[in-house]
Design a protein around this ligand. Structure first.
Ligand code: XIL
Length: 341
């Protein structure tokens, strides 16, 4: 069964009982980040992605450091592989990410640091990067994270090389260049710690409002959704309230990188609390009017960025390291089953 997405091509439902089937009934794309090394080596990983999800995001291979490791030498091969996998499995592809302060090519950061790349040249490099990458995937990406994490936790524009070298106008420029290269892709702002209404999410709200007023082609607001059981969560109603204010500006919304980590080892109480974290995000999305996609940042604890980035933490995904369902997976199924959007 498939159904019409909000402002996009078809959402493919796949087999009954799967997340993708349940999500399609709610007009929702459901995705996962994909680790290309695991995709190449692990058949169970491949089969589960094909079965459970109708959307994929490159966990790394669409980032600038991967696309242009040497200046002027573009390497789209790994990302093209993911696009081919998605096509074979009737899945959509989320593009992640064009402008970020992390995972930049070394030639770029060192060139800026030693002054051999001056601001004017840097602006041209950024423009070319966006035109090259978005142009390469033109027509194959339904949502692009155009700018990622451009506001800090205090609600100020992040003090990145982009802001320092180019000034705040780089954000509008990035959206305009992306639109030029692919007029159909939905163009997103994306960040973490913006699930509920806070100084940070309100800074995004004001930014989105200003971009809209300036006729900048911004289409969407993405909340990453990297949660931890030890921090607690906004209730679903608060997530929905936040998403809805962006929708009132004319944007669609998405959850783009959901995971709920915990301090190891796991126990039953933590796994139940984790299920509640996923629940607030999926319910928040379903309670909003134009939340179009829900992506988890990995789906099995066998492959996760969390242990490498948060010391002593892990087990952040829906399935355990043996691909068995955790309470969080069952919760996703039951929320999507109960919802009738
Ligand atoms: C992470 C990947 O999962 C890791 O493999 C990589 O080493 C670092 O980046 N926010 C984002 C993602 O927007 O791109 C990050 O992904 C996780 C946090």
């Amino acid at each position: 069964m498939s159904s019409q997405a909000l402002g996009g091509p078809e959402i493919d439902g796949g087999s009954p009982g799967t997340l993708r089937h349940l999500a399609a009934r709610n007009h929702l794309s459901i995705g996962t980040a994909v680790d290309m090394a695991a995709l190449a080596s692990d058949q169970v990983y491949r089969e589960r992605i094909a079965r459970e999800f109708n959307s994929v995001t490159a966990e790394n291979v669409m980032k600038w450091s991967e696309i242009e490791p040497q200046r002027g030498q573009l390497n789209f091969a790994p990302a093209d592989e993911l696009v081919a996998f998605a096509r074979a499995n009737h899945q959509r592809v989320r593009g992640h990410t064009l402008v970020w302060h992390n995972q930049l090519p070394e030639w770029l950061t060192s060139g800026v640091a030693d002054g051999s790349i001056a601001p004017e040249e840097l602006r041209g490099i950024l423009r070319q990067h966006i035109l090259d990458e978005v142009g390469h995937f033109r027509g194959k990406i339904y949502q692009w994270d155009v700018v990622n994490e451009v506001i800090d936790d205090n609600g100020n524009l992040r003090d990145s090389i982009w802001l320092q070298q180019l000034g705040p106008g780089y954000i509008a420029d990035a959206f305009r260049w992306a639109r030029q290269a692919d007029p159909k892709a939905k163009l997103y702002l994306n960040d973490y710690n913006v699930e509920g209404i806070s100084a940070k999410s309100t800074a995004y709200y004001n930014l989105a409002k200003q971009l809209k007023a300036d006729r900048v082609p911004v289409d969407g607001f993405g909340i990453q959704g990297h949660l931890g059981v030890q921090y607690g969560y906004y209730p679903a109603s608060a997530v929905a309230e936040n998403l809805r204010r962006f929708e009132a500006l004319g944007l669609e919304t998405s959850v783009t990188e959901a995971d709920v980590r915990m301090i190891m080892p796991t126990d039953n109480a933590k796994l139940q609390a984790q299920a509640q974290g996923y629940s607030t995000l999926i319910q928040g999305c379903l309670l909003a009017r134009r939340c179009t996609s829900f992506t988890v940042w990995g789906f099995t604890d066998k492959y996760s960025w969390v242990p490498g980035f948060f010391e002593g933490e892990g087990a952040a995904n829906l399935l355990d390291e043996n691909f068995n369902s955790k309470p969080a997976y069952d919760e996703m199924v039951s929320v999507l089953t109960l919802a009738a959007r």
